[in-house]
Design a binder for this molecule. Structure first.
Ligand code: GLA
Length: 682
């Protein structure tokens, strides 16, 4: 049996002891199997420096164990107690404009602080010694959401650490000067001592300094994580995780994913945003991809409303369940929440919990019980029908690289591009066709894919462009605008953007950028960027692009669409070059959603990928295959009707002609037929 865990963050220190007994009874009713304990307990565990109090945590773990709840034990280092700052004020983080962040909230530590790291070490050694062999333990949870509030610290301690990091990277100051391009604006440094973190400056800061500081900041947090993991591994063989935050810009999760035993994620899609299901689908695909396709844990989501948006919409009835199954469909083996019991105190008291303020005679609690019972039943499936532990397979991948994300969104760039929104546009077009999509690094192993899309891969290493170009020899490569404009040091690739070897692989190069004009922005006054008219068979006729455009020069490719208006009129917008065994496409703008979907359809056909046929009509249906099961989720406001036959694993009923209400979910168990494909997909 492969368990699909159910439960969430459990903060019993906020409640009197008698509530704990009720907690475990309710956990049993809800089918809770995993509780994350101790995330914000440092001040309770070490009320004064060097004075530890573990008695209460012993009781919590024993109680959970006696009631059959497994424990994801946190190392409690996410929020230092006030005594740390009182005694060592230099542990407090400082913003780029020099503001010191104070106690009274959470996460007020400088990641580079040797004092913070030392106090962490002392605490974690004790926690691990005490609980490594506790029978309730299932998993270690290191810190919490690294970088969530303080991802970059600009204090003097960080400045010294940054200089050390630079010294290790460059060795000599003249190398730093060359790589940072300090010949510009009289920025040349005489020694490492003169170098600062990119604190507030009169105007634009050095781009490579900014990029190195992003890399440094991610590395410093990773060093904190590594130090804790080192202590755990010395004493325990249980798996270790730390919770990621989806597409979180400050932290390069590719580097981190290699160091967790299982990927876990915290996701809070906004119930008021109609794009949320599609965006959440992308986040879940990233989590699966970070773990190389292995199952991952949805570590935190909200049962209903959060408290930290300006307006906090409650989830609609059934939405918690529908979004939970979306995560399971896309590879999650745990549905966990923040948090078990809704707080009565503190700044998260209006954030929903599995046990709401109003108690158990509530809509929310009934949904909590239902979902727990369903997941427990699904956990019992095995063989071809097992969901837990099974995989999602994909022949399509989108490249994602943190360097390019950091780089393309820097100030003093051609235009305002959101890297993640650009990836989202492509991901959404692909998933709307029913295709499963992975994310890959652009220098990763692409050999398992038939189609790779590289959007806005702005700051590219030689190895990355070579890897992409080589892929185009055997597979279908689509390169989107703004790619390989610079190298990894943000030095422009001269002689025509794109540069070799992509220029040869795609048969095109870029002469000049022409994003929609700022003057138009002012004239329209609405902040809406004007669309750029396009035409081409790949779009099935007239279409429009937005965000970016380029003067694209074609050397050895077929032009499949052109810009039709203004200065760009007649210039190519989409090209395709046939290679030995594959093709190289180039797209010089971001086509609007309908056009992008049509384009993606053509590209998929070109790659020999068969598009799945319709599984339902009506509604707004998401279809995902995981292992031997087909998940169908209706995110729309209208009923959908299922067009495929099979059995719903949740209800045991036959699916053909079944009506799927809004927020409805079916998990179709496939019936295998002769050709190895299952009927559900036909
Ligand atoms: C994050 C944190 C939790 C809690 C939730 C609220 O995910 O990890 O401690 O603050 O946000 O949404």
């Amino acid at each position: 049996m492969m368990t699909i865990w159910y439960g969430g963050d459990y903060n019993p220190e906020q409640w009197p002891r008698e509530v704990w007994d009720e907690d475990v009874q309710l956990m049993d009713r809800a089918g809770v199997s995993l509780a994350t304990v101790g995330v914000f307990s440092w001040a309770r565990l070490e009320p004064r420096q060097g004075e530890y109090d573990f008695g209460w945590l012993d009781d919590v773990l024993d109680l959970l164990h006696a009631n059959g709840v497994r424990v994801d034990l946190a190392t409690a280092t996410a929020s230092p107690p006030p005594w740390l700052a009182a005694r060592y004020p230099e542990t407090l983080p400082v913003t780029e404009v020099g503001v010191t962040l104070s106690v009274g909230s959470r996460q007020q530590y400088c990641p580079s602080s040797p004092v913070y790291r030392e106090r962490v070490r002392e605490l974690v050694v004790r926690i691990v010694d005490r609980y490594a062999d506790h029978p309730a333990l299932e998993l270690w949870h290191v810190n919490n959401e690294y970088g969530c509030h303080v991802s970059h610290c600009y204090c003097d301690v960080s400045a010294a650490a940054f200089r050390e990091w630079l010294r290790a990277k460059y060795g000599r100051i003249d190398k730093l000067n060359r790589v940072w391009g300090t010949a510009f604006w009289s920025q040349g440094y005489g020694s490492f001592k003169e170098v600062m973190p990119p604190r507030a400056t009169p105007t634009f800061r050095n781009p490579t300094q900014l990029l190195d500081f992003d890399r440094f900041s991610s590395d410093e947090l990773l060093a904190c994580y590594r130090a804790e993991v080192g202590i755990i591994r010395g004493r325990s063989s249980l798996p270790v995780t730390t919770n990621f935050m989806g597409f979180f810009k400050p932290v390069d999760y590719w580097a981190w994913a290699a160091e967790v035993d299982i990927v876990s994620d915290d996701t809070y899609p906004d119930p008021a945003d109609p794009d949320s299901p599609a965006y959440a689908a992308m986040v879940r695909d990233l989590m699966r991809s970070l773990g190389g396709g292995a199952p991952w844990l949805l570590m935190e989501q909200s049962p209903s409303a959060v408290n930290w948006r300006r307006q906090n919409a409650a989830k609609a009835p059934g939405q918690m369940r529908a979004w939970s199954y979306q995560a399971v469909a896309r590879g999650a083996d745990a549905i966990l929440f923040f948090q078990w019991r809704q707080s009565a105190i503190g700044s998260e008291k209006f954030h929903s919990g599995l046990v709401p303020h109003s108690g158990t005679d509530t809509r929310l609690w009934r949904e909590v019980e239902q979902l727990g019972q369903e997941l427990a039943a699904l956990s019992g499936r095995f063989g071809d029908e097992a969901i837990g532990g099974s995989r999602v397979s994909s022949t399509v991948a989108i490249t994602l690289d943190w360097d390019s994300w950091w780089a393309i969104e820097q100030p003093a760039s051609p235009t305002d591009v959101s890297y993640v929104q650009t990836l989202f546009a492509w991901h959404r077009a692909l998933t709307s066709l029913g295709l499963a999509v992975d994310f890959v690094r652009s220098d990763g192993d692409l050999s398992g894919y038939r189609l790779v899309i590289a959007p806005a891969h702005f700051a590219a290493t030689d190895a990355q462009v070579q890897n992409l170009a080589s892929f185009a020899e055997t597979g279908t490569l689509v390169v989107g605008f703004g790619t390989a404009i610079t190298d990894e040091n943000l030095h422009v690739r001269l002689g025509g953007y794109l540069g070799e070897p992509l220029r040869r692989a795609l048969g095109v190069w870029i002469e000049e950028f022409a994003p929609p004009a700022a003057a138009d922005l002012q004239r329209f006054g609405s902040g809406k960027v004007p669309a750029l008219p396009l035409d081409g068979e790949v779009f099935g006729g007239p279409a429009a692009g937005h965000v970016w455009a380029e003067y694209l020069r074609v050397e050895d490719a077929e032009t499949l669409a052109t810009f039709t208006d203004g200065a760009l009129g007649g210039w190519p917008a989409v090209t395709r070059r046939q290679t030995g065994g594959g093709a190289g496409w180039y797209v010089a703008t971001l086509p609007e959603p309908v056009a992008l979907r049509r384009l993606v359809e053509q590209v998929a056909l070109d790659a020999g990928i068969e598009l799945p046929s319709a599984v339902a009509s009506g509604g707004q249906v998401e279809v995902v295959r995981r292992g031997g099961s087909l998940f169908v989720i209706n995110h729309g406001a209208d009923d959908a009707e299922l067009l495929v036959d099979g059995t719903d694993a949740l209800t045991g009923t036959s699916t053909l002609g079944m009506r799927l209400a809004p927020q409805g979910v079916v998990i179709i168990v496939p019936v295998h037929v002769g050709d190895g494909r299952d009927r559900a997909a036909l």
